[in-house]
Design a binder for this molecule. Structure first.
Ligand SMILES: NC(=O)C1=CN([C@@H]2O[C@H](COP(=O)(O)OP(=O)(O)OC[C@H]3O[C@@H](n4cnc5c(N)ncnc54)[C@H](OP(=O)(O)O)[C@@H]3O)[C@@H](O)[C@H]2O)C=CC1
Ligand SMILES: O=C(O)C1=N[C@H](C(=O)O)C[C@H](O)C1
Length: 252
């Protein structure tokens, strides 16, 4: 048997980070060499001989972590949210200076969520109107969720690809926020409720019919196969990969 891949988890005391650390430990081909959280020194990653670092921390922390990891040639698998075009441009710059290093940023690691995004992309050109509702636990740091933002971007891109434009919203009376956040012309609504984990509905409507695509992550275990796939794949994939679909459906 070949030597296990040495993996570190950042955010290892958190909701998803703790589950990820346990999953890495349980995988025969992986070795958990560091489980770090707030206030731990990033120098511990190199000292532990980590090859891949999984970041499941906070949008305020992720950029500093990735700058350090990339500068030290550590591959990264990133579930932390808060991605903007500017942030992606910044990490691309770091990776360009470290050309053999790989980074996977995945808005969602669960297979059902990745499929939801794909189905939404396919449906977008057949329906004039589309809206996204994402529902999460009430301790989530960001809104809209990374998954909902990506879903809306993919719907908008599919519309553009089909020569369609977002329909005008005729709302002239309302309270601020009532129509959700506008992500590339797609309204995105965020619900935060104790008891929930991570859920999303993509609603499409056209003359006389609607289509609803719904996904529910009921436990953090839903994200683990995707994280492990990312860890095993990123070491052979230099540069930035955005979205788990590139590793789930390679070549498509
Ligand atoms: N892509 C995906 O599939 C998924 C992504 N996520 C994302 O992962 C991130 C974490 O979510 P969740 O586990 O719910 O959040 P939690 O708050 O439960 O966990 C985050 C952990 O990271 C710690 N932390 C904060 N800053 C740092 C730092 N600089 N270095 C190391 N650790 C740090 C936090 O410490 P403290 O509590 O002291 O702040 C906490 O223990 C979010 O961005 C979330 O959206 C979550 C699920 C799935
Ligand atoms: O914070 C969470 O819990 C989740 N965050 C990710 C997101 O913002 O899309 C993925 C999933 O929705 C769980």
């Amino acid at each position: 048997m070949s030597t296990p891949l040495r993996v570190a988890v950042l955010g290892a005391k958190g909701r998803i980070g703790s589950e990820a650390a346990r999953s890495v430990e349980a995988a025969a081909d992986l070795e958990l060499v560091a489980a770090l959280d707030r206030d731990d020194k990033l120098d511990a990653l190199a000292e532990a001989g980590a090859q891949v670092v999984v970041d499941l921390t906070h949008p305020d922390a992720v950029m500093g972590n990735l700058e350090h990891c990339t500068a030290h040639g550590l591959h990264t698998v990133v579930g932390t949210t808060g991605w903007t075009d500017e942030r992606l441009a910044t990490v691309r710059g770091w990776l360009a200076a470290s050309p053999s290093t790989g980074m996977l940023i995945a808005p969602n690691f669960s297979i059902g969520a990745v499929l939801t995004m794909r189905f939404a992309q396919q449906a977008a050109r057949f329906f004039e109107t589309a809206e996204v509702i994402e529902l999460h636990h009430n301790n989530k740091a960001d809104a809209p969720s990374g998954t909902a933002t990506r879903t809306a971007q993919l719907i908008a891109a599919a519309r553009t690809g089909a020569g369609l434009t977002a329909p005008a919203d005729p709302t002239t009376h309302g309270l601020p926020g009532a129509r959700g956040a506008d992500v590339d012309g797609v309204p995105v609504h965020s619900v935060r409720l104790r008891g929930l984990l991570a859920h999303q509905e993509v609603l499409f409507g056209d003359t006389g019919e609607t289509l609803t695509i719904r996904h529910d992550s009921l436990h953090h275990s839903s994200f683990m196969p995707g994280i492990l796939l990312g860890v095993r794949s990123v070491v052979d994939t230099p540069g930035l990969t955005f979205g788990l679909e590139h590793f789930l459906f390679p070549g498509e």
